[in-house]
Design a protein around this ligand. Structure first.
Ligand SMILES: N[C@@H](CCC(=O)N[C@@H](CCS)C(=O)NCC(=O)O)C(=O)O
Ligand SMILES: [Fe+2]
Length: 255
C-alpha cells in the first residue's frame, strides 16, 4: 500500500515541470503530413515554445497562443523536415518576438542555431537539446529538464523510427542515437514524436525500449530492416526541403 502511494506520488511529480509547477502542454495535429506540433508553456510567466510547427497550421497555432495569453519565445524544429514546410518562418512574422530555431548541423537558416547540450528556456522550464542524428545529420531530441517528457522528432516514432534513405540518413547512426540519447532516459519518460501514421499520440521510453519492433533488435538487424523499408518518397520532399533550408519562407527578415 505504502509502496503504491509512493509510486503514484512519484508519477505526479514527474508529470510536472522542473520547478514543481505543472507545465502547459498541447499536442496539435496536421493531417496532410500527419505531423504533431507541441505547445509548451509556463502558466506563471506565460512564456512558451512551439515544437515542429507546420506552415499550413501556423495561423491556428498563433491564434491558440494568443487566446491562451502566452508569449511565444521560440518556434523550434527537431530537424529539416522533408514532408512538409515548417511554420517557424511564418510564426516569427505572426507573433513578433518569436525566434526560429534549428540545429546548426541541419545547415538551415534560423534566428538561433542550437547544438547538443544547449538549453531552451521558457519561464521556469527548459528543454535540453540532445543530438540524435541518423534520420538526418542535424536531428535533435528535446527533453524537458525534469526528464518527464521527450520530443523525439523523427528519430523515434511510436513503434517505429524515422527512415534513413534520404537527407544523408544513416541507420547505424540512428540506432546509436536512440539507444544512447533516448533509451537512457527514465522508463516513464513520455515520448512525443513528430509524426504518427497509426492514430497513436504518446508512448514511453519503457514501451519503446521493450516493444519497438525495429529498435529492440541488434544494430545489424536494424540496419537490414531500414535498408529494406522500400517506402515511397514523401510527396512534398522536392519543395519542402529547399523551403525548410530557408526557415519555410523565401527570405528571412530580421527578428
Ligand atoms: N507518406 C508521407 C511520408 C511518410 C514518411 O516517409 N515519413 C517519414 C517521416 C517524415 S520525413 C518517415 O521517416 N517514416 C518512417 C516510417 O517507417 O514510416 C508523405 O508523403 O508525406
Ligand atoms: Fe523527417
Amino acid at each position: 500500500m505504502a509502496g503504491s502511494v509512493l509510486r503514484v506520488a512519484r508519477r505526479q511529480l514527474s508529470q510536472r515541470g522542473g520547478s514543481g509547477a505543472p507545465i502547459l502542454l498541447r499536442q496539435m495535429f496536421e493531417p496532410v503530413s500527419c505531423t504533431y506540433t507541441y505547445l509548451l508553456g509556463d502558466r506563471e510567466s506565460r512564456e512558451a515554445v512551439l515544437i515542429d510547427p507546420v506552415l499550413e497550421t501556423a495561423p491556428r497555432d498563433a491564434q491558440l497562443i494568443k487566446e491562451l495569453g502566452l508569449r511565444l519565445l521560440y518556434a523550434v524544429n527537431t530537424h529539416c523536415h522533408a514532408d512538409h514546410i515548417t511554420g517557424s518562418g511564418l510564426l516569427r512574422s505572426l507573433l513578433p518576438g518569436c525566434q526560429s530555431v534549428i540545429s546548426r548541423l541541419s545547415g538551415a537558416q534560423a534566428d538561433l542555431h542550437i547544438e547538443d547540450g544547449d538549453s531552451i528556456r521558457f519561464g521556469r522550464f527548459a528543454l535540453e537539446t540532445r543530438a540524435s542524428p541518423g534520420h538526418t545529420p542535424g536531428c535533435v531530441t528535446f527533453v524537458l529538464n525534469d526528464h518527464s517528457m521527450a520530443f523525439t522528432g523523427d528519430a523515434l516514432l511510436i513503434r517505429g523510427c524515422g527512415r534513413t534513405d534520404f537527407q544523408q540518413g544513416c541507420a547505424k547512426t540512428l540506432y546509436h542515437s536512440v539507444h544512447e540519447k533516448i533509451f537512457t532516459l527514465p522508463g516513464d519518460c513520455l515520448i512525443y514524436p513528430a509524426h504518427d501514421y497509426h492514430g497513436f499520440t504518446v508512448s514511453t521510453v519503457e514501451e519503446e525500449r521493450t516493444l519497438n519492433p525495429r529498435l529492440t533488435r541488434s544494430c545489424e538487424e536494424f540496419v537490414k530492416i531500414m535498408d529494406n523499408l522500400n517506402l515511397p518518397k514523401p510527396q512534398q520532399i522536392d519543395f519542402a526541403v529547399p523551403a525548410n533550408m530557408r526557415c519555410g519562407v523565401q527570405t528571412l527578415p530580421p527578428a
